[in-house]
Design a protein around this ligand. Structure first.
Ligand SMILES: NC(=O)c1ccc[n+]([C@@H]2O[C@H](COP(=O)([O-])OP(=O)(O)OC[C@H]3O[C@@H](n4cnc5c(N)ncnc54)[C@H](OP(=O)(O)O)[C@@H]3O)[C@@H](O)[C@H]2O)c1
Length: 272
């Protein structure tokens, strides 16, 4: 088993974003809505703020704790003047999904708005949820752009990861299978894939019985196990399999925040 780190891909994306940013003369503002303090989302928000500085983008965190604060914020002058809005999960319990739909499609950097999501499935937009798109760009880099004909098995069917990966991989002429908690004989299906995407959110769930030689495994999971952050795949058990796998941390998560800024520039007419 080989570990496939994504740091060098991150550097390439960073350079591309810097170049595109230089071509856009106006100030750019990103509003990050944070509904929960002290968790992974806050850590992610802070890493986005650090990256924003590199790109001369003004990113700011807006804390809220319930749906009425969320709606008031959305209606505020400061947010109306922002170019992009990112509402990070997890959301407060009373935040109905229809409130998230109030994020205007033209500022929706994580493709939450169903107008944008629908366009992705219709094949008429390049905007996708950042985590899903990170998976695609990692797969493209690994296979040097040659994804056509590859068999992809995605485990997990959430709106932000599993589902949007279907149109993304189809757009590369891959054959896509999506699995979930009711899938039967999961380990038989994952073994048929060239690329297995593990996105279930269960620490160390996948062991050697799910994989075979020559596969590329993309581990999307971010799970707390004691003091450690681990993925969905237990890499310690894959020593005897001749596969490659993205690490956690240092894999998908490294790319996601770059994709947010790529999406922000795309919404401003500066597609990479
Ligand atoms: N790296 C990043 O940038 C990034 C970003 C976002 C999320 N994540 C991580 O990715 C993971 C998934 O996130 P999510 O938001 O997609 O999670 P989610 O909304 O909880 O969805 C989990 C999916 O996994 C499926 N599942 C659960 N147990 C399963 C099992 N035993 N066998 C097969 N499928 C199973 C569920 O199936 P059902 O639909 O049948 O319930 C569901 O579709 C989490 O660890 C999250 O922290 C990482």
């Amino acid at each position: 088993m080989k570990i496939y780190k994504t740091k060098s891909l991150g550097k390439i994306l960073r350079e591309k974003i810097i170049q595109k940013r230089l071509q856009y003369e106006n100030e750019i503002k990103l509003a990050i809505f944070l509904g929960e303090k002290g968790g992974d989302a806050e850590y992610y928000a802070e890493s986005l703020i650090k990256k924003a500085v590199q790109f001369h983008i003004k990113a700011k965190i807006f804390n809220y704790t319930n749906s009425s604060q969320f709606l008031t914020l959305l209606d505020s002058d400061e947010i109306k003047l922002s170019d992009g809005i990112l509402a990070l999960a997890p959301y407060p319990n009373d935040l109905k999904s229809e409130y998230l739909q109030k994020i205007p499609a033209e500022k929706d950097v994580d493709c939450i708005n169903t107008n944008n999501f629908g366009k992705l499935f219709a094949g008429s937009s390049l905007l996708a949820p950042a985590t899903a798109e990170s998976v695609l760009v990692i797969a493209k880099k690994y296979f040097e752009g040659k994804l056509e004909g590859k068999n992809i098995v995605i485990v997990g069917r959430s709106v932000r990861v599993g589902k949007p990966l279907v149109p993304l991989f189809l757009s590369e002429n891959c054959t896509v299978t999506i699995c979930h908690s009711r899938t039967l004989e999961l380990s038989q299906i994952t073994k048929t894939a060239d690329i297995v995407v593990c996105a279930i959110g269960k620490a160390d769930f996948f062991g050697p019985s799910y994989f075979r030689d020559d596969q590329f495994i993309i581990d999307v999971g971010i799970n707390k196990l004691g003091n450690k952050i681990v993925g969905d795949v237990n890499t310690d058990l894959l020593e005897d399999i001749d596969c490659s796998i993205t690490p956690v941390p240092g894999g998908v998560g490294t790319i996601t925040s770059y994709i947010i800024y790529k999406n922000l520039l795309y919404l401003l007419g500066q597609g990479l």
